[in-house]
Design a protein around this ligand. Structure first.
Ligand code: ZN
Length: 456
């Protein structure tokens, strides 16, 4: 069974399932006010890999991931651009899924929107007030974190430490808060709603919900109490996840059984991805300029809890590795694929069940490719089962290998032959120049003893 690091207990432990055969997962989704960034891509790819692996083992996965379509940043942008707020959210949500489709992230099984859950959020806030876990001030309704015994379980900080540190001073209405860590559940809007600045009626005054309530009502509504896994980026651990959990605990509800957080994406110091990309943190730009599978491979070769350096060298290496895997798939197309080699599959499973050790699993893939190549060279019968194992693991990872040729134009193919000619003439300066030119146009260039191939 899968063992995963659980942030709440700070230990690797078995992901015990509430219902045998079924996995319930909640992933905090995007706030739709701008393009999807590399950090978003890391989170969605991490959980896409987890989901595909669980499905590969035969489990039935329900993955709920919300869309936050009420938030200050959306309203700020709508007001600045004098546009209806829902025009921005609709546009940005479409852009988000374009990016997700581009990097091969499967759609969540459920995609609830905050705007669809305002009534339930109001009910939740009402219930918290009734239990003395929330209070009303001049500018909104706040959660009383001191009413939650183990507040700080995900922050790894006690309430005393938070008070000493001054807590979150940025929150409006901080002067009226009883504790610096108290957070807003409902924000009053003191003006009439406009096309850019919406508000909803509530028993305490017109306004809009704070960010931390939506995931509580959506996860409990769609997955039910005690669902298996709550996940998201490391930046969501505190305050967002802590605050989600606090509301559920205050209502006496069993919340997520297990908490999973992925690491950050960091810039490789002194390295720029490419001048032609411009804003390299934008996912749509990245997949426009590089093989869209490259980011998945970079992440597979890193542990999900470690920070990932994103830079030109890392992407180039991933692109080259993919070219190698594609070349293998194309060579293996001539081999009769057998049942996957059981030893390889057992090693794959062992790596994954140990807190998703995908770097170990990818190393196994490359080792198996080498073994399969040797077996093909030697005409051994074992080749088929080794090829089968590579294909099965890549498919479980959502890494589609291309056995087909390239879709390069005559002009590009002419450049590839010019590169081979330059190499034959031992004019390596010219060969490198042609290679750089092709790469700058977004081609993956692979030169072997049989010549140069180009792929997108
Ligand atoms: Zn959330």
């Amino acid at each position: 069974m899968l063992h995963l690091y659980d942030t709440a207990t700070r230990s690797v432990r078995e992901l015990a399932l509430r219902e045998p055969g079924k996995v319930s997962i909640y992933l905090c989704g995007p706030t739709v006010y701008g393009p999807a960034h590399l950090g978003h891509g890391r989170a969605t790819l991490t959980y896409d890999i987890l989901r595909r692996y669980l499905e590969w083992t035969g489990l039935d996965v329900r993955l709920v991931s919300n869309v936050t379509d009420i938030e200050d940043k959306i309203i700020e942008r709508a007001t600045r651009e004098d546009r209806p707020w829902d025009e921005i959210t609709t546009e940005c949500e479409a852009m988000w899924f374009r990016a997700m489709d581009g990097i091969g992230v499967q759609r969540p099984t459920d995609i609830p929107h905050a705007t669809e859950y305002v009534k339930q959020m109001i009910e939740l806030i009402g219930a918290l007030i009734e239990r003395d876990a929330a209070y009303v001030t001049d500018d909104g309704v706040y959660m009383d974190v001191e009413s939650v015994d183990d507040y700080g379980a995900l922050a790894f900080q006690s309430l005393e430490d938070m008070r000493a540190g001054g807590g979150d001073r940025m929150v409006v209405g901080a002067a009226q808060k009883r504790h610096p860590a108290d957070f807003v559940l409902w924000k009053f809007t003191h003006c009439e709603p406009t096309a850019s600045d919406p508000s909803w009626p509530s028993p305490w005054g017109a306004g809009r919900p704070g960010w931390h309530s939506e995931c509580v009502v959506m996860s409990l509504d769609l997955l039910g109490e005690g669902f298996d896994l709550h996940c998201g980026g490391q930046d969501l651990r505190f305050p967002h996840h802590e605050n989600e959990r606090a509301q559920a605990v205050a209502l006496g509800k069993t919340f997520a059984h297990h908490w999973m957080h992925n690491g950050f994406v960091v810039d490789a110091e002194g390295e720029k991805m490419s001048k032609s990309i411009g804003n390299v943190s934008n996912l749509l730009d990245l997949i426009e300029h590089y093989d869209p599978r490259a980011y998945r491979l970079v992440l597979l070769q890193s542990h999900y809890r470690s920070p990932v350096k994103m830079g030109q060298a890392g992407i180039d290496q991933a692109v080259a590795s993919l070219a190698g895997l594609d070349a293998f798939a194309s060579r293996a197309a001539a081999v009769a694929i057998g049942d996957s080699d059981p030893a390889v599959i057992a090693a794959f499973r062992a790596a994954m069940e140990d807190d998703l050790d995908t770097p170990k699993a990818m190393a196994l893939v490359f080792d198996t490719v080498r073994a399969a190549n040797s077996a093909i060279d030697a005409g051994e019968a074992a080749a088929g089962s080794l090829v089968g194992a590579v294909m099965e693991i890549c498919s479980a990872f959502g890494l589609e290998l291309s056995a087909g040729g390239s879709d390069a134009s005559d002009d590009v193919l002419a450049k590839a032959s010019a590169l081979d000619q330059a190499r034959a003439d031992r004019d390596y300066v010219a060969a490198d120049a042609i290679r750089s030119e092709l790469q700058a146009d977004g081609w993956n260039v692979e030169t072997t003893k049989d010549g140069t191939t180009v792929r997108r």
